[in-house]
Design a protein around this ligand. Structure first.
Ligand code: SF4
Length: 460
């Protein structure tokens, strides 16, 4: 395969030897990292002849951990059926049989890119499947708040270029998104104020220049904080609060005055780390505070979420169906008289469906990392796993009722597209290594072809 303009090859300094063949590296410059929704695109990744991968220039523990899961055996990882290694064709045939026999299949995980999501949606429509993402619990509250009251989103570019006051609400971004502060604020000369509300200062912000950080109500209950804050935004005066809430009211009133004086305030939060199951109430309150600020100045929210393709799959399913996850979709409904789409963010939760025996087969898709099958999956429920090659042993250990098909990771062994954390930018992914593994899109398309052929055979 010819190299594209941002790719190059080189031999390392060790030189060839009988015991250690020349380690030719395949470098991809300006590579986009697919392992968190920041999608950093300023990296150079080197694929070694032994199948390992290394990144130079930047230090990200999450990326290093992800790259360590790839190795020499990935390209030769076999498909597995009922604990036995088998051919891809045999595994596809069994997987199609499992899905064809299921009356209430569940497509879970859904850790894939745009093309994978599109093919899985089409397959789901054929099977009458329910769709839920691995991070459905984080995705759902943001969707609910958006549906109920609307939202004020901003983008990484806006944050970087305009935000002079950043309020981090009950979160520590660098824990899950190690390069967040570098990508959003690094290398700029704008003076900024960081306020960590309901949390300790994030150590990841410590090295930034032109910024000053402070904390506010670090140990307060987030619901209490936002209840007081919302009342202040609606015109209540701090001195009218009960004595035990007055200090918090005064602190939040002072913050509200700073928001009014700021040029552009951004509220940063992480849906996954907000207290569940009522995180939607917090997200809604933050958006209403941002809305109030926009009456006199500018403000927006930046939710940090979308790991493992969650934003991408949600976007793709929404534009294909008109409804977001969690969703049951059935093209066959025209024959049965039922609804073709059923959106229910509560009922169609993976763990709940499996625990209640409401799914009789699971298609589990995890192409970015080795996410294990859900703990509520019972041993006798058949599972089809389209997964990271390193999941092969776990699939083999489950034994019966399990089909495993190793798939390519977009950005490692296949090209692809993912939505960035701010939902407004779709990033193309280059294949850093290119091991001969099928994509989720290719496997889902083949499964659909087998199911369609089987249906045609039964009809004739
Ligand atoms: S912060 Fe996220 S996108 Fe950036 S290098 Fe680390 S894992 Fe990759």
């Amino acid at each position: 395969m010819p190299l594209s303009p941002n790719e190059s090859s080189s031999a390392d300094a060790g030189g060839p030897s009988a015991a250690s063949p020349t380690r030719v590296t395949h470098d991809t410059h300006d590579w986009t990292c697919p392992f968190c929704p920041l999608l950093c695109d300023d990296l150079t990744v080197s694929a070694q002849r032994d199948g390992t991968l290394a990144v130079s220039g930047h230090d990200c523990p999450r990326l290093a951990q992800a790259l360590a899961t790839y190795g020499a055996s990935d390209a030769t990882t076999p498909a597995i059926v009922d604990g036995q290694e088998t051919s891809l064709d045999a595994a596809l045939a069994r997987a199609a049989a499992v899905l064809g026999a299921a009356r209430r299949p569940l497509f879970g995980g859904l850790a894939t890119d745009v093309a994978g999501a599109r093919a899985l949606y089409t397959l789901a429509a054929h099977c009458g499947a329910t769709l839920d993402h691995l991070h459905g619990d984080a995705l759902t509250p943001a969707t609910l708040a958006f549906q109920d009251r609307g939202a004020f989103f901003t983008t990484l570019s806006e944050v970087r270029a305009r935000a002079d006051l950043i309020v981090f609400f009950a979160c520590e971004p660098s824990q899950r998104y190690p390069r967040f502060f570098t990508r959003a604020f690094g290398g700029t000369s704008m003076a900024r104020e960081f306020v960590f509300a309901g949390c300790a200062p994030d150590p990841g912000a410590a090295g930034l220049t032109h910024t000053q950080s402070e904390t506010l109500l670090a140990n307060a209950d987030p619901f209490d904080t936002l209840a007081i804050w919302s009342a202040l935004v609606n015109g209540r005066r701090p001195e009218t609060f009960p004595a035990d809430a007055r200090a918090a009211a005064n602190a939040l009133a002072a913050l509200q005055a700073r928001i009014a004086a700021a040029r552009y305030t951004v509220f940063v939060y992480e849906p996954a780390t907000l207290p569940h199951p009522h995180a939607a109430l917090l997200i809604e309150a933050l958006n209403r505070i941002a809305k109030a600020a926009n009456l006199t100045t500018r403000a927006g929210c930046l939710p940090l979420s979308g790991d493992d393709g969650a934003l991408t799959v949600n976007q793709a399913v929404t534009w294909l169906s008109g409804l977001p996850l969690r969703l049951r979709v059935s093209a066959a409904a025209s024959q049965t008289g039922g609804a073709s789409l059923d959106y229910d963010p509560y009922r169609y939760r993976t763990e709940t469906l499996l625990a209640a025996n409401e799914a009789d087969a699971l298609l589990w898709v995890t192409s970015f990392a080795m996410h294990a099958l859900p703990s509520t999956l019972k041993a006798d429920v058949p599972a089809v796993v389209l997964g990271h090659p390193a999941l092969a042993e776990a699939a083999k250990a489950r034994g019966g009722a399990t089909v495993f098909i190793p798939v390519a990771t977009p950005g490692i062994d296949d090209t692809g597209h993912l939505f960035r954390v701010d939902s407004s930018v779709v990033m193309p992914l280059a294949a850093a290594r290119g091991a001969a593994l099928p994509s989720v899109h290719a496997v889902a398309t083949q499964l659909l072809a087998k199911l369609a052929a089987s249906a045609d055979g039964e009809a004739s």
